[in-house]
Write a protein that binds this ligand. Sequence first.
Ligand code: 9G3
Length: 567
Amino acid sequence: MRQSHMLIPTLKENPADAEIKSHQLLVRAGYIRQIASGIYSFLPIGRRVLNKVENIVREEMEKIGAHEMAMPALEPSELWKETGRWTTFGSELMRIHDRHNREFALGATHEEVITSLVRNEVKSYKQLPLTVFQIQNKFRDEARPRFGLLRGREFLMKDAYSFNESYESLDETYEKMFQAYSNIFRRCGLNFRAVIADSGAMGGKDTHEFMVLSEVGEDVIAYSDTSRYAANIEMAPVIATYEKPDVAVKPIEKVETPGKRSMQEVADHFGHELHEGIKAILFQVDEKFVLALTRGDHEVNDVKLKNLFDAGLVELANEEDTQRLLGAGFGSLGPINVPEEVEVVADLAVEAMVNITCGANENGFHYKNATPGEDFTVNQYADLRFIKEGDPSPDGQGTIQFARGIEVGHVFKLGEFYSERMNATFLNDQGKAKTMIMGSYGIGVSRTLAAIVEQYHDDRGITWPANIAPYQVHLLSMNPKKEDQKELADQLYENLLEAGIDVLYDDRKERAGVKFADSDLFGIPVRITVGKRASEGVVEVKERTTGEQVELDTNELVEYVKNWYKA
Ligand code: 9G3
């Protein structure tokens, strides 16, 4: 393609609203342009890289027997009312009315649409398992769109849905999807982890998020430094064990601690470390109250507390309930003199503590030398704390590190959440009507593209992995006014095209400096420059990522480029 005919508007400066590298570079290099907050156009070279990512996704989906289709972006509200999601999703779901004043959702996701199609067309177990996918723009009215393509309001998603006759069959489909996702993100050159995630609002059970490790990621993941283990911070179990210190149990003592409230203030007052104190936090768990104890240097994980009680609601008790139930305010709470109605649970680390400090449930007083089992009762011990860096990895291999991650994929076992509400049934091999078992599998395609730029750039621009770049070669003629240079560059352009190489030809009447700067921004892996030595039939070839360059005879060029891409 000749640049003189193309729309690739580059910018010298970062746009004011672009805070992260992928947003800055995709705009500066002429890949995208914003039309409104969180809503972007993909310009021609942007569309080409999006196609590269889409095609990797498409190939891996088809390899596991998922078939591509296209669903409408206009979703009748009736379908969302069948599953109750018309109301559960608030202003994030974009809604419109047609000329008859009927309500529609702009497609945010398509569980209802695909289930309404399948329930009409699939009747027998012989038609299962069935997996379909689409690659289509989704609409979600994010409260705070930001970071360019990382959190947009209209974005490209691959969403796949599976329909299975049993949970075993769903497990098989889920495993195939899991492998396909690993292939996709590996082929995109991404450093990613499959993260054990909480099923959240999707009502399924197993679920994994595929996270690209990046400083600009919104999520924090706990991952092993030697294995592939990774989990959402709130999901990661703690397998650390604790040694009870071999010391004599001292008699408990009530001490006045005026104005000492935080764990650190109390520890300093008694002259001990944080981990020699107990942190007591009162929670409301559904209708009851629970006092959760952790070691002073640990944090209560409210998701683990919620799962322990299989509760719908877990939140901090307010000051009033705290005062009423324990007779003191935050900062003076403890497990001694706790009313029957308050259940005391403690993290496993507390069980091994001896002679520790805790609140006296009296403002301005603490106990020292309190020992669980001696001076207070714990109703149950459980893994209740957030995992920390340095903890052993739950898979027993290596140590936990924290990293920020960009969620680029999410696979869910949905079970019967949608098929039951929408009556999607099939006749099994006994002729009995059974509810279909579903899975749903998403990839943020435009978000993945941005994540690639986050991992592949330098201070001059993007450095695309070879199979993602918009073109294979960037051909520059340094001075098109010089006849010999222009002729040679035109000739090379034809030769490369004939050899089936994707070439972007910068034939513009621009200064060399402008051409080099734009070329560095675009990030095309191989650059060929026709310059001073054109008359000798010699050109310069430079690799964008490494900066390595060679001078080549033009008749070696096609061979060189072919080999470079084969390597
Ligand atoms: C909505 C809105 C936002 C949403 C959803 C629905 C997230 C919603 C979860 C999913 C689950 C899977 C199929 C592809 C893979 C992910 N944000 N989710 O359902 F109406 Cl406004 O989208 N869907």
